[in-house]
Design a binder for this molecule. Structure first.
Ligand code: ADP
Ligand code: MG
Length: 729
């Protein structure tokens, strides 16, 4: 086996960069060439169809059948012109990632031949036999009755010679079985609620859009080394491995020169992204060795999320061309930084106003403060839920470690905004009136310097930070579907904005001036949500204690964190915003618990196999070499001298024996714990059992394996080591 390791190291080491052919055109010419965007639509659709479709998209109207038929015909022609033979309804099941079922365009022509056929019906709706997708018991598996329906707000695209139609996936009974459906519902609800409040400031506003700019972090590992690590292949992370002598201490990787092989990969990926209309913009090294990041220009949230999901798939494909494997796991390597996917999020109006951007006039700043306060309150009220929205078996390894925000959601506002809010709360009624009367500007509401705000102190330890014109939800994991976080956040903010509007309207009905009413409610929100505001060091232990005192959700067990979806407040919020019914919430939690259990279960199995069948045999062999040596020494040298010479080996033999004993004992205990947990029927209880009784073994045993790695002859060690995985590229 160790021969395999060295062979793979050699292969990886000698690899040359795979040169990428740079397109002759400039990016603006090939940008979106695989997307059925408005330009292409205009070319391929009759004018009437084009108008009807864009009207339906812009004004969120349903498509009638005739239009759908005409769109399908144009889309098919475009696809065929691009060499496409198949089409698929592309959807986002509750596993992370995407799913598709490919059908060819071919239909019988009734004369013994075939024709290329693609009707409006096939475009708009499909019935994937998707019985094996998780559904939390909503759909009886043997019935397999779910269907996918075209989401016209996200354009169709071509990938791998297939026409991909972004769709929602729902059960016949109407419950969503995917991420996209509730995301669209949440966006709709924040649109409504946001518009109502934005109209206080500008009656022309007709829609409020939610924007998302994700920053995708990832690791690259050479494919040969990857193949020699069963844990990476099976679980996406290394379950064992001692830190290498050089890690990220020098911080020389961050923003350092990008290695050549990687650079070619990034270039290739970017070209691919641009062809698919994904606005990839920045790329750079991340903190850890072999860790990188790609960020696009932000887009409307639904589209941005489709693009992120597509990106994750394309990344894996492009990486293969360069003999890399992409690791999207949140914590592929212990002891160095994990990977996140910061979700930069904002709201903006269809009149072009960014609602989290301070303005120049008092009125504009009152609007700014109003939206900030409402977000603050939503994040405060639903801090446990927001944490649940990003919690997973894999992200659990990243949160709470000293590199990512802790498993507590708090909000960073920066000094300037904090000062403004403080002075608002401490000011008396007279000051308010001055604002209303637009007289002397006593309050700092009018004095937030726009440019300075863009440079808010960058507190990297906060899970939810205000960064000038947006919030950055940093706790999201690198492998996650951003929709989960975006659903919870947009829905919570929608509910809050609706409540806010009711209260302001009630004041106005009683005769208060609108501006005064708004300011009074803003003040109440600031006071109420004070506990969520924390600008200090989120990594510190003091903060954990302080957060507890403030009553923030400090739960760290992922299966228990999921309970936040089912507390009364959340059920009610999701119901009133129309995002989830109680049935859906319950079903989804079943899926979450089940996924948690499965992930840990797989890790435990792979771990057991590696420990007993890879590590122990090698350690035993090495131990036996030492024993042999001791035996020879003792038989050659006089007793006392022999003992002295063999002392070191003897000590190592004993230490190794202890480590091995621990590994063997604890591995069987872990198997027993799994057996006990597996008998539990209830999904929540099972996941909790896995968390409480199985997970602790993984770390405990790993410690001893990593110690053995330091003792056993390097030439015999079977698994590629951290230094090889992290520094060869
Ligand atoms: P940093 O690494 O400093 O956090 P980056 O420039 O890497 O920032 O990424 C910032 C991301 O935030 C980009 O995807 C960018 O498009 C996005 N972004 C910028 N402004 C907004 C906004 N108003 N709303 C949503 N996303 C935004
Ligand atoms: Mg960021």
């Amino acid at each position: 086996m160790s021969h395999l390791r060295f062979r793979e190291v050699e292969v990886a080491f000698n690899r040359e960069p795979v040169k990428v052919e740079i397109p002759k055109q400039v990016p603006s010419e090939y940008y979106g060439m695989y997307v059925f965007n408005r330009q292409t639509m205009y070319k391929y659709l009759p004018k009437q169809t084009y108008d009807a479709l864009t009207d339906a998209i812009d004004n969120k109207k349903p498509l009638d059948r005739e239009v759908a038929d005409s769109v399908a015909a144009g889309m098919k022609q475009w696809a065929i012109d691009n060499g496409v033979t198949h089409y698929t309804h592309w959807f986002h099941p509750l596993t992370d990632g995407t799913a598709e079922k490919h059908d060819s365009f071919i239909e019988h022509d009734g004369k013994g031949g075939v024709i290329e056929e693609f009707s409006g019906k096939l475009l708009v709706q499909q019935e994937p036999d998707a019985s094996s997708f998780p559904n939390g018991g909503i759909r009886n598996t043997f019935e397999a009755r779910g269907y996918s329906a075209w989401d016209i707000s996200s354009p169709a695209f071509i990938h791998d010679n297939t026409l991909c139609i972004p769709t929602i996936f729902i059960a016949y009974s109407g419950e969503s079985l995917d991420y996209k459906t509730p995301l669209l519902r949440a966006l709709n609800s924040v649109d409504k609620a946001g518009t109502a409040v934005a109209q206080y400031f500008d009656p022309e506003v007709k829609h409020v859009h939610s924007y998302l700019g994700w920053e995708q972090e990832y690791f690259l590992v050479d494919e040969a080394l990857y193949a020699a690590r069963p844990d990476l292949v099976m679980t996406g992370r290394t379950l064992m491995g001692h830190e290498s002598a050089k890690n990220q201490q020098l911080e020389d990787h961050y923003f350092g020169a990008i290695p050549m092989r990687v650079e070619e990969f990034m270039l290739d990926l970017e070209i691919e992204c641009h062809k698919l209309g994904i606005p990839a913009k920045t790329r750079h090294n991340e903190v850890a060795p072999n860790q990188f990041e790609l960020a696009p220009v932000f887009e409307e949230t639904n589209l941005a999320n489709d693009h992120n999901l597509l990106l994750m798939k394309v990344m894996a494909e492009v990486a293969r061309r360069h003999h890399f494997r992409v690791l999207l796991h949140e914590k592929p390597f212990a002891g160095i930084n994990g990977s996140g996917k910061h979700n930069n999020w904002s709201l903006g109006t269809d009149t072009g106003i960014m609602l989290f951007k301070p303005g120049k006039t008092i009125k504009e700043n009152l609007r700014f403060i109003t939206f900030i306060c409402n977000v603050m309150n939503a994040v405060y009220n639903y801090n446990g839920l927001l944490k649940a929205s990003i919690a997973s078996a894999t992200n659990a390894h990243r949160l709470g470690a000293n590199e990512a925000p802790p498993a507590i959601i708090s909000m960073f506002l920066g000094k300037q905004v904090s000062d403004v809010l403080d002075s608002l709360v401490s000011s008396d009624k007279d000051d308010n009136l001055k604002i209303a009367g637009k007289e002397e500007l006593n309050l700092k509401v009018s004095q937030i310097p726009e440019l300075l705000l863009d440079n808010t102190d960058r507190n990297r330890t906060s899970p939810f930070a205000f960064t000038g014109n947006r919030f950055e939800f940093r706790a999201v994991g690198s492998s996650a579907n951003c929709a989960s976080a975006m659903i919870a956040l947009n829905a919570a903010v929608a509910e809050q904005l609706t409540k806010f509007k009711e209260k302001v309207d009630a004041r106005v009905a009683k005769g208060e001036e609108l501006d005064d009413a708004i300011l009074a409610e803003d003040k109440l929100l600031i006071e109420e949500s004070m506990p969520i505001h924390f600008d200090g060091n989120g990594y510190s232990d003091e903060w954990k204690a302080e957060a507890q005192r403030r009553g923030l959700d400090c739960e760290t067990s992922v299966p228990v964190i999921y309970d936040a979806y089912l507390d009364e407040k959340a059920i009610n919020m999701f119901k009133t915003t129309g995002v989830f019914s109680e049935i859906e919430l319950k079903a989804r939690n079943e899926v979450k618990w089940e996924m948690y259990t499965k992930k840990v279960q797989i890790e435990a199995r792979v771990f057991g196999d590696l420990a007993l069948n890879h590590i122990i045999p090698v350690a035993t062999r090495y131990q036996s070499i030492l024993l042999d040596n001791v035996f020879k020494i003792k038989s050659l040298f006089p007793k006392e001298q022999g003992e002295k010479i063999a002392a070191q080996d003897m000590a190592n033999i004993e230490k190794m024996a202890q480590h091995m004993q621990f590994i063997k004992d604890k591995t069987s205990e872990m198997v027993e714990a799994r057996k006990v947990a597996n008998k539990i029927e209830d999904q929540r209880a099972k996941a909790v059992a896995y968390h409480d009784t199985v997970v602790p073994y993984l770390d405990a045993i790993r410690y001893h394996i990593d110690k053995l790695e330091l003792m056993v002859d390097d030439e015999m060690w079977p698994l590629p080591k951290y230094r090889e995985l992290l520094f060869i590229r």
